[in-house]
Design a protein around this ligand. Structure first.
Ligand code: DAH
Length: 344
């Protein structure tokens, strides 16, 4: 029992002298570990009578408890000291200016696509997609442009094989969507995507650009539905004061076909140098879906009518933001991109 007292005294001194949490842990293992002196001293118990065992056992427990308590108390002190030392070493000057966080943003073309999508989603349209590598069949034939049709020359194409090409417009998604609906209306979709043409790049042409296609098929759809839809779109996109007009045009997949102009941003229709004194600026092509196209897509033209349109988001962005060169969208000059960062 005297030995236990001695062990306790020694342990308490070592605890007192421990300078770090690690040293303290060494002391814990040394005295309370399985091979520690208390455990060792307790081996004597088997040779004691009952009374002796009781007395010795109690003292052994008290000793352990005393050491444990001392360890815990010292641990708290050392932890606090360590924290204080850390706080002192790592002084933070909260008055320093922070590092600038730069966030990525959606590219202007993407922003415009999202804006256009929002307007049509609000009118109950859904978004369709199709492949950029397209078959001649969907890109042309299903759109009433059989092989050898002169109107194919309107769209110079990148052919991969005889039958495969990079799609020249998003219109093949019309045909794909019609087949998906299996002759059952209503259909109300828009399809944004990349298209490709063999054009020489200049301020107004790019061999790769974007289009958004629209297709509506239902019973009793008329040209006034088309006009109302596009007038609503133009006002939402460009401003309430803007008006649209239809000009007769030709596309093989629509009959009648129109080109749609919006009143000039600057003169609102009066005529000025910006609109070459016409008062209007062209924004898209559209028309009533040709009966041949409906039929090939599996829709009965006696029952269903439809309208379709195709617009270029870059052109819309150019008109809306006064951009002077379509190549600005693709050269990835961050100074250009960040002009349209609404979060800066
Ligand atoms: N696909 C035509 C083009 O790329 C644009 C277009 C015109 C799409 C009229 C249409 C449409 O859906 O009805 O020039």
């Amino acid at each position: 029992m005297a030995e236990l007292h001695e062990i306790a005294k020694q342990a308490l001194t070592e605890i007192e002298n421990a300078k770090s949490l690690r040293e303290l842990n060494d002391v814990r293992i040394k005295y309370l570990g399985k091979k520690g002196p208390i455990q060792e001293a307790m081996k004597i118990m088997k040779d004691l009578d009952e009374e002796g065992r009781k007395a010795f056992g109690k003292l052994a427990n008290d000793t352990k408890n005393a050491i444990t308590e001392a360890l815990e108390a010292k641990e708290r002190v050392l932890q606090e000291e360590e924290l204080k030392r850390k706080l002192e070493a790592e002084k933070i000057d909260v008055t320093l200016p922070s590092r600038k966080q730069t966030l990525g943003i959606a590219h202007l073309t993407q922003q415009v696509i999202m804006e256009i999508e929002d307007i049509f989603l609000g009118m109950g349209y859904t978004i369709a997609e199709g492949p950029e590598v397209e078959s001649d069949y969907f890109n042309f034939e299903m759109l009433n442009l059989p092989k050898g049709h002169p109107a194919r020359d309107m769209q110079d194409s990148f052919y991969i094989t005889e039958e495969l090409l990079l799609r020249t417009h998003t219109s093949p998604v019309q045909a794909r969507t019609m087949l998906k609906y299996q002759g059952q209306g209503p259909v109300k979709i828009i399809c944004p995507g990349k298209v490709y043409r063999r054009d020489d790049d200049d301020a107004t042409h790019s061999h790769q650009f974007l289009q958004i296609e629209g297709l509506v098929i239902d019973e009793k759809i008329t040209m006034s539905d088309l006009k109302g839809t596009l007038a609503y779109f133009a006002k939402k996109m460009f401003g309430e004061e803007r008006e649209i007009r239809f000009r007769p045009s030709f596309f093989p997949f629509t009959e009648p076909s129109v080109e749609v102009d919006v009143t000039c941003a600057k003169c609102l229709g009066k005529g000025c140098p910006m609109c070459k004194h016409t008062g209007y600026i062209e924004i898209l092509g559209a028309g009533m879906v040709h009966p041949n196209v409906l039929r090939m897509g599996g829709f009965d033209p006696e029952k269903y009518q439809g309208f379709a349109f195709g617009m270029g988001p870059e052109r819309i962005a150019i008109l809306k933001y006064g951009i002077d060169d379509i190549r600005q969208f693709y050269t990835n000059d961050l100074r250009f991109n960040h002009q349209f960062n609404r979060m800066l």
